[in-house]
Design a protein around this ligand. Structure first.
Ligand SMILES: Nc1ncnc2c1ncn2[C@@H]1O[C@H](COP(=O)(O)OP(=O)(O)O)[C@@H](O)[C@H]1O
Ligand SMILES: [Mg+2]
Length: 334
């Protein structure tokens, strides 16, 4: 497989040690392959427990102790698992930034927002403090924060959740990274603030040609701000391709079910939840990970894991993707 250049995850498999000694290790990521081209935005969408955060932690080499990883993760062609200590430090300080779900969990309430903003880049020697303060003020204006100097002198409790998350966007962009990993960056916010903050992040990412991995459970939000989507279920990418195609004509029953279960403003369609509960990768047997909840599953789905293949311009891991084309198209169009 030829890589896209910025981030290439190939056949990533992650196992975590069992919680109880003597139990088998738990697979949390299974054979995940995805790519982000320079400046590209990729949405990774899935329910809770599907392995989205573990994927970002694997990229940052921040997996829980005892994790066993196979496959490769390449950044600009260089193998991340093969980085020396110095290369890893540079990777984390200058190349890739993380934005987390809940800024308040990552910010010291006793220090000013400004101190918090600049301490990353000054501690790693990316910028001097005066340069960092100046750059932070300019970035704050870019993300729509008026009077940035006053804001930087304030304490976290004086800022709204939306404003605090704009601060986190600024902190992520300060070292001029090539890639931003945003793990549910707006999930803790009100819905209207969510879309505002996401629009700001998407605009900044586009203007600077920064690559983005946007992790979310919200397929519509992801489709609105990304070039491509990867739909994840139980540690497996079940469908991936251009965002508008994946949401307009889903080819995997799980993608179609996600689309059918979302609330819609334009119709009175009722919220039809997907029957059953989401499973984790280690609970999936040999068959398709979605088989136990899939309305279209047959014997082969329960016994044999479908390999991803190209259907309708994207990659789909479903034995019946070809036959289901018309059926799933109708579901999404309802
Ligand atoms: N620290 C951990 N130790 C063991 N298992 C974990 C840990 N964190 C998450 N998991 C398990 O790994 C799987 C994937 O989790 P995660 O990547 O956090 O999902 P998501 O971000 O998609 O909600 C889940 O089954 C979860 O229970
Ligand atoms: Mg998560």
């Amino acid at each position: 497989m030829t890589g896209h250049g910025l981030l290439d995850i190939e056949h990533l498999h992650v196992e975590l040690p069992a919680k109880v000694r003597g139990d088998a290790p738990r697979t949390v990521i299974h054979d995940v392959t995805l790519s982000i081209a320079p400046g590209e935005s990729l949405g990774v969408v899935g329910e809770s427990g599907s392995g989205k955060s573990m994927t970002t932690r694997a990229v940052m080499r921040l997996l829980p102790r005892g994790a066993v990883t196979t496959g490769d993760i390449r950044f600009q062609g260089h193998s991340v698992p093969g980085f020396t200590g110095r290369e890893l430090a540079d990777f984390r300080a200058r190349r890739v930034s993380m934005i987390y779900q809940d800024p308040r969990a990552h910010i010291n309430p006793l220090r000013t927002v400004g101190d918090f903003l600049v301490e990353g880049v000054t501690a790693t020697g990316v910028m001097t403090r005066p340069d960092a303060v100046e750059a932070a003020c300019a970035l704050l204006r870019d993300v729509g924060v008026p009077d940035p100097a006053r804001r930087m002198a304030q304490y976290p409790h004086q800022l709204s959740g939306g404003l605090l998350q704009r601060m986190m966007i600024v902190m992520a962009l300060l070292p001029s990274p090539e890639l931003v990993l945003a793990d549910e960056p707006t999930t803790a916010l009100d819905v209207t603030v969510q879309s505002e903050v996401m629009a700001v992040l998407a605009e900044q990412i586009r203007d600077r040609s920064v690559g983005l991995m946007f992790i979310t459970h919200d397929l519509d939000l992801a489709a609105a701000v990304t070039d491509s989507l990867a739909v994840m279920y139980a540690g497996v990418i079940v469908e991936s391709g251009p965002s508008h195609e994946v949401t307009e004509t889903p080819r995997h029953p799980y993608t179609a079910a996600l689309l059918a279960s979302r609330p819609s403003l334009s119709s009175v369609r009722k919220l039809s939840a997907i029957p059953g509960r989401p499973i984790s990768a280690f609970e999936a047997g040999d068959g398709c990970v979605f088989a136990s909840r899939c309305a279209h599953a047959t014997d082969i789905c329960r016994t044999q894991r479908p390999e991803p293949r190209t259907v309708g311009g994207r990659s789909v891991a479903c034995h019946h993707a070809d036959q289901l084309k018309s059926v799933l198209g109708e579901v999404a169009a309802v």
